[in-house]
Design a protein around this ligand. Structure first.
Ligand code: GLN
Length: 233
C-alpha cells in the first residue's frame, strides 16, 4: 500500500455516499446530515475547509486506498473485514440492520425472511448479512437484489419486485416515515453494529484528531443533540 495522503491545499476531503438520510443526503443539492456535521467539526479543529466527494458506497474504501480522500464518514460500520484495509475511529453511533416490508406482508419477524427475495444496498453490512458472505447468518433468503441507492430498493419494494428491504435502522425509519401509507419497519432487527469514521491505515495523526473531536462532541452532549435534531426532522 502507498504513502498516506498529505494535505497541501487547505482542504480536508471526506468521501461519502449521500443517499443515506439522516447521516448524509442531499437537501436542495447541498449534502447535509449527521456525518457532515461531525466532519465540519473535524475540519474546524484542523483549520481546513471541508470538501465532500459523493461516490457509491461500495467504492468508499478504495477512495481511501487511492488517496482520493482523507477520511470516509458514511454511516460506515466498523467491521473486522474492513479493518484489514482501513483504520477506524472510536464508534459514534449504535446501529442495526432493520427489515422493511409492505403493509400487510406475511413477513412479521426476522425468521420470516427465510426463502424471501430481499433488497439491500450493495457492499453494505446488510448485503453481507443477507448473502451470508461470512457464513454467520441464521437466515437463508431466496435471493438478494443489490442496489446502489436505498431509495431504489424502496421503490422496488413498493412496486412488489422484492419482498423486503434490509437496511440500517435509522435510514429505515426515514424511508418508512416517507411512505407510511405503504411500508412498515419490523420490530425485529438482524445485527448489532457501530458506525465509525475510516482513515487510511496508519494515519494515526488524523485518527487522533478525529477521536478527539468525537470525544468532545460526546461529552458536551452535542452529538446527542445533533442526532435528536435529525430524529425529529
Ligand atoms: N452501515 C452499513 C455499512 O457500513 C451501511 C452504510 C451505508 O449504506 N451508508 O455497510
Amino acid at each position: 500500500s502507498g504513502a498516506i495522503k498529505t494535505i497541501t491545499d487547505g482542504t480536508l476531503t471526506m468521501s461519502t455516499n449521500a443517499e443515506f438520510e439522516p447521516f448524509e443526503y442531499r437537501d436542495n443539492d447541498k449534502i447535509v446530515g449527521i456525518d457532515v456535521e461531525i466532519a465540519n467539526k473535524i475540519a474546524d479543529k484542523l483549520g481546513l475547509e471541508l470538501k465532500i466527494n459523493d461516490v457509491e458506497f461500495a467504492s468508499l474504501i478504495m477512495e481511501l486506498q487511492t488517496n482520493k480522500c482523507d477520511f470516509v464518514a458514511a454511516g460506515m460500520t466498523a467491521t473486522d473485514d474492513r479493518r484489514k484495509n482501513v483504520d477506524f475511529s472510536d464508534p459514534y453511533f449504535d446501529a442495526s440492520q432493520a427489515i422493511i416490508v409492505p403493509k400487510g406482508s406475511n413477513i412479521k419477524s426476522r425468521t420470516d425472511l427465510n426463502g424471501k427475495n430481499v433488497g439491500v444496498q450493495q457492499g453494505t453490512t446488510g448485503d453481507t448479512f443477507c448473502t451470508n458472505e461470512d457464513g454467520t447468518s441464521d437466515i437463508k433468503v431466496a435471493s438478494v437484489k443489490r442496489y446502489n441507492k436505498g431509495s431504489d430498493a424502496i421503490s422496488d419494494l413498493i412496486n412488489g419486485r422484492i419482498d423486503a428491504v434490509v437496511i440500517d435502522n435509522f435510514p429505515a425509519t426515514k424511508f418508512v416515515q416517507k411512505n407510511s401509507d405503504k411500508l412498515v419497519k419490523l420490530d425485529d432487527s438482524l445485527t448489532s453494529e457501530q458506525y465509525a469514521i475510516a482513515v487510511q491505515k496508519g494515519n494515526t495523526a488524523l485518527l487522533d484528531q478525529i477521536d478527539e473531536v468525537l470525544k468532545e462532541m460526546k461529552s458536551s452532549g452535542e452529538l446527542d443533540q445533533i442526532i435528536e435534531k435529525y430524529q425529529s426532522s
